[in-house]
Structure formats: C-alpha cells, structure tokens
Design a protein around this ligand. Structure first.
Ligand code: 6R9
Length: 660
C-alpha cells in the first residue's frame, strides 16, 4: 500500500456504509426541505411548473404552462415574453445587488478578475451594442469559440440581450469541428480569442480559429478576437473583418441596449453534441423553458442563494457550463467562479487552494476529476481549509461508491450532502438526483427523479422493470428544459429521441435518452451508462459501468473502462482496460484480484476475459472515455476516427498490449 492509496484513506466504517442521511446542519438551511414537493408536482402537473417560471421576470405573462397539442414538439410558457440577459444581469442591478460579485475569474497563473453585477451589466451592454454595429440581427446565430475567459459568458449574455442565439464550440475542439458547426448553423459571426494558458504554456487559439474559418462554406461577416495573451501572444495580425474585443468595447463605452423581448419559445442557444453518427446534433434550447428550468434546479438541487460563492469546475464549452456556470447561477444572482486552468497546475492542490481562497460554498465537478484526486491522495485537499463548503455535486458519468465516499470524506468532511445529478445536453438541466435537504443518499445511485420528472426504467417492450433489474431509462412526460428540436432537422429529432417507446398513433410520446439504468425498491435510479455500452454476454445484459465500478473497488485500481469484445461462444466478452494507482503493478496477482472483485460484486458472468493494464485511457476532450475505440481495439478491428481524442498517442500502446 502506498501513501497515495485512496482505500487507505477510507475507514471500514465508510466503505461499508450504503446510506447517508442529509447532514442536519444542511437540512436546516436548505432551499427545499419539505418532501411534499414531490406530491405537489404530481397533483398539479403541469401547472406546478409555474414554480420554476415564477423565478423569472417576464415582460408579459404566459397564459398557458404547457402546449402539448403537437407532441413531441412541446411548448412551454409559449405566449410569455422575457429576456435571458435581463434576468441574469439587469434585475440584480435593479434589486440593489449591483455591487455583488457576479463572476469571480481566476487565470491559470493566479491572475484574477472580479465582475460585479454592475460591471457585467456595463460590459454586456457595450458588447451587445458592438454586436449590433457589426450587423448581428435578432435570430442570427453567433458562434463563440473561446476558452474559460470572462468574455465568454459576457458574449453569451450580450447575444441573449439582442436575441441572437449563441452556439458555443468548446475551445479544445479542432478547426474542423469549428467549421462543421459554423456550417451546420449557417453562422456568419465568430467570437474567439488569441489564446490561453495550459499547464504553463500559452496556446495559439487564433490559428485554429483562422484555420476553421477557412473551412466555412458561406461568407463570414465579422470575427471578434479577445486578447488574452498580451505579450505572450503569437503575433497574428487581425484581418479585414476581424476586430479586437477591447477596441470594440472602447468604441461603445457607456452604450446601453434595451433587452429584446423574446418569446419564451424563441431559441436562446444551440449546442452541438455528438451522436451515434458522425454528424453532431444541434440541440436547440429556448429562452423561457430552459432558463426557468436551470434557475429552478440551481435553487432546488444546488441549493444556491444569492450570497453564495459557487464553483462548477466544468468548461462553459459544454452544457454543464452553460446551465450551471452561466445561466442558472447568474439568474439567481449568485457569485459564480470561473477557472482557466487545470486541476494539477502548478500543483495538485490547485482546486482546493481556490476553494479556500474564495470560501466556496457549493462545488460541482465530474467523477473523473474525483477519481484523479483520489489517485493523487488526500494530502492535497488536506493542505487547505475547505470548511466553507456546504454542498458537493457530480455530473457527467456514473460515480462509483468508492469515489463518492472519498469525495464525501476528504472534500466534504462528512458534513456536505452530495448530489449525483443525471442529465444530458438534451435535457437542459438536472433530471435524476436526490434533493439534498430531503433524500437519503445512496453512493453510486443518482437518486429519484426530480419532482415533476417522470423518469422510468423499462424493458425493450416499454414495460417497467422490477426493482433491481436493468433496463432502459425513459422520460414519459415533457419538462420545461427539454430540447425543442435538432436545429433545422425535426425528422432527426423525432428519430433520435422519440422512436423506441412512443406510440404516435395514440399521441403518446416517450423520450429515450439512450442510457441504461436500474431502479431499486425506493425508486432510486442507478445509471448504467449509454446503451451502446451495454454488453451482452451469453444473453445476459451487463452494464459496463457496473463492472467498472467493481474493478475500481479493487485495492490499487485508479480507473477502469470495460467494453464488449466479440466472443465465439458467449457472443460478447468483457474486456477491461485498467489504470493502476501509483505504486501498483500489473501482475498476475493484480489480474486475479480484479477478476475476483468482479466476481464478488456482480458474479462470474461479468468476469473479464482479458485485463489490459494501461497508463491512460483514450479520452475525448470532454473527458469521456472513448469506448468505441476500446471495442475496436478489443476486436482487433481497424480503428475509426481518433481525431477527437485528447491523448491519441496512447492508442497504439494499448493495441500492442491487447495483441500480446
Ligand atoms: C450533463 C452531461 C450525457 C450523458 C448521459 C449519461 C452520462 C451524465 C450522469 C451520467 C451517470 C450521472 N451522465 N450525468 N451518467 N450518472 N450523474 O454530462 O451531458 O455531455 O450530454 O452527457 O452523460 O450517459 O446520457 P452530456
């Protein structure tokens, strides 16, 4: 056992505990602590959703909560009008909170910037005026290809102010990915950045942006470039229709732009997300339903108060950052923290240093990050005073009980509830999670569906499965934050999400998120992962995530990815790719321990056919393991596209090991 071993950090007491009650100190102050809320939504559905809509300031009130006359093209609060920028900025200035910090930004090197709501108001207005002068009109799609700089949320809110939907493209994506998305959205405007810092080095972002622009099929009317690097910059000259952000703001000093009155169903933004085919899906979110939903869930699940300092460590380039760095927290008037860099630069305690420095109240991150922290060891959080924390959250993938407990103990000091929130780009906001002031927590299980969310676990024929059985997650009733369509592709929208379990003739529509799940006797849902990741061994359906959780539970294992490889007899067989913690080696004993661990947790049926030890797993830039690739490697197939990998160099390494 090494100093870095996460297991050694957890006492047997915690390892064995399966249920955790919300700490009394938390419950006392929770925004939502009365469990009658579940019934209220049940009895007054869909009217109960006015609770979310009422958290917003409307220009004109809606007369109907839900219009379900043309399912699955649902409309929420449809005849109401509002502006998202007004709700996230102006109303807090008007309510006497103009001096509260809206955005607390920290650069990689400790450079800081604080934007009060008044500052945000000023810059959003000035940039909105600049966009108008560049020719941007209501409903023009503006592409934002920017790293974690404050100008990104400012640009989003400026777009929202003038009713121009934004389409944020994650800065880590390639030039080609940018071009594909600009082409798909017919977007003629680009806001970007000269570069940013990563692990001490300046990165040339503008070169990528320019390359991307070269692949745009239609004319681009204007590009705006933020100067992040100053003297560290790469010396690109701005071309004809490229403008410097600071110069534009200077030209518009003091400008004010009235927030445009938008219909609730008007598009707030587009977000491209990968699907099963190569062509990314342009998920369309709306002004009223999306903003109401992210505001309500930020209040009910993240428990945010205006006085809070809140930090979601995601990148704004993903849906988590849109909903829970920008729109939800700012709509509530909270202080939202943005960090430019990575968790391990300059040292592995960087995040905890920031939690201490800003006295962060609520922290939201991904299980992948937690497993990395665990691997690095508890000495890093122990260097800092984390006692300001009140609530912790996770999102993006299943969290295995061991990582959950490590987070609970070493970050939350056993005093903070953890919300394990299941949702997707398409759902707009959280769907399945405990309410932190109400529900018992069960590590590894996300929890019950939120009030008003009709999530179920069904079998292939759509029948609800018994407790403990694996099935498919479905959502039977619409919710305000749902995607409205795939941009300019209603047909694909219906085919992707509303085919499997709907009965169009009976006008019954069931949303299918393509995740496997199981449900327990208390109605808690455990997500088993994307159904394209389910393995079928001898006719038994096995969740790769479940096997991974078992493997990660083995002493010395840091991370695991399991895929189905072809097998002559059983159809598929379990291939386990395993990363060990520092100080452990991929010996025969280790392999036996892993097989035994799976045996114990699930049964011999899930036993890995092959265990492959590797120093890294192929991951997309959003941190998701690329299972498709691991399956191809397992099957000795020709590899598909690896261009979206963060670490393509690892692929060959793993191939060699598998063929050994
Ligand atoms: C928000 C976000 C969505 C997919 C989703 C599921 C997985 C998200 C999860 C989770 C288990 C959780 N996922 N949250 N799995 N537990 N708490 O991540 O959106 O990038 O669209 O990914 O992520 O498989 O279908 P997105």
């Amino acid at each position: 056992m090494t100093d870095n071993d996460g297991e050694a950090d957890l006492e047997a007491r915690l390892v064995e505990q399966e249920r955790f009650e919300p700490p009394a100190g938390f419950v006392e102050q929770a925004n939502v602590a009365d469990e009658s809320i579940y019934e209220e939504f049940e009895e007054n559905w869909p009217h109960a959703w006015t609770r979310a809509a009422d958290m917003l300031d409307w220009d004109s009130e809606y007369s109907q909560v839900l219009d379900d006359s043309e399912g699955p093209f649902y409309e929420w609060f449809a005849d109401g009008t509002l502006n998202a920028s007004y709700n996230c900025v102006d109303r807090h200035v008007e309510n006497g909170d103009k001096n509260r910090a809206a955005i607390q930004w920290e650069g990689e090197y400790g450079e800081t910037r604080t934007y009060t709501y008044q500052d945000l108001y000023r810059e959003v207005n000035e940039f909105a005026a600049a966009l108008r002068d560049l020719g941007v009109e209501e409903d023009d799609v503006v592409t934002l290809y920017m790293p974690m700089v404050p100008e990104l949320p400012i640009a989003m809110l400026a777009c929202a102010r003038i009713g121009a939907p934004h389409s944020v493209v994650f800065a880590g994506f390639s030039a080609d990915a940018l071009a594909t998305r600009m082409n798909a959205a017919d977007s003629r405007y680009l806001i970007t950045c000269d570069g940013y810092y990563r692990r001490g080095d300046p990165l040339d972002h503008l070169q990528k942006a320019n390359d991307g622009l070269g692949g745009v099929d239609h004319g681009v009317d204007a590009t705006v470039v933020v100067d992040r690097l100053g003297e560290d910059g790469f010396g690109h000259d701005l071309k004809g229709n490229q403008h410097d952000w600071d110069a534009l703001l200077a030209e518009h000093t003091g400008a004010r732009v009235d927030p445009v009155e938008r219909s609730a169903e008007d598009m707030l933004f587009l977000m491209y997300t990968s699907g099963t085919t190569g062509q990314p899906k342009g998920v369309k979110h709306t002004t009223g339903g999306y903003l109401a939903y992210t505001t309500w869930t930020s209040h009910a699940v993240l428990d945010l108060e205006p006085e809070d300092t809140y930090w979601c460590s995601a990148d704004i380039g993903w849906i988590t950052g849109h909903s829970y760095i920008v729109y939800g927290p700012l709509s509530l008037g909270t202080t939202t923290v943005m960090y430019e860099g990575t968790p391990d630069f300059p040292e592995r305690d960087r995040l905890w240093e920031l939690v201490e420095k800003y006295a962060v109240d609520v922290f939201y991150t991904a299980p992948t990050a937690i497993r990395a922290f665990m691997k690095w060891g508890s000495e890093f959080p122990e260097r800092h005073d984390l006692s300001s924390l009140r609530l912790l959250g996770t999102v993006g993938e299943p969290i295995n009980p061991r990582a959950w407990k490590w987070y609970y103990k070493h970050i939350g000091d056993e005093a903070c509830p953890i919300v394990d929130t299941w949702w997707q780009t398409e759902t707009g906001g959280m769907m399945v999670t405990t309410l932190p002031g109400i529900n018992t927590m069960k590590p590894g299980s996300a929890g019950p569906p939120l009030p008003g969310i009709d999530a179920r676990v069904v079998d292939a024929s759509g029948e609800e499965v018994d407790a403990g059985r694996a099935g498919y997650l479905t959502v039977d009733r619409p919710w305000p934050g749902m995607l409205r369509t795939l941009y300019q592709n209603d047909e694909r929208f219906v085919n992707e999400y509303w085919q499997e379990y709907s009965d169009p003739d009976a006008d019954e529509w069931v949303y299918f998120p393509e995740d496997g799940a199981k449900i327990d006797e208390d109605g808690y849902i455990t997500i088993l992962g994307r159904v394209d990741d389910v393995i079928n061994v001898s006719g038994h359906r096995l969740g790769t995530m479940e096997i991974e959780s078992a493997i990660v539970g083995v002493e010395g294992v840091a991370e695991a990815a399991v895929v189905g490889g072809d097998h002559e007899v059983t159809g598929e067989a379990v291939y386990a790719y395993v990363i060990l913690e520092d100080g452990y080696e991929g010996t025969d004993e280790m392999q036996d321990a892993i097989i035994e661990g799976v045996n114990e947790a699930i049964g011999p049926i899930a036993k890995p056919e092959k265990v492959i030890f590797t120093p890294e797993l192929p991951k997309t830039r959003s941190g998701k393991i690329m299972r498709r690739l691991l399956e191809e490697i397992a099957n000795g197939e020709e590899l598909g596209d690896t261009t979206t990998l963060r670490n393509p160099e690892i692929v060959e390494d793993i191939q060699v090991k598998v063929s050994d």
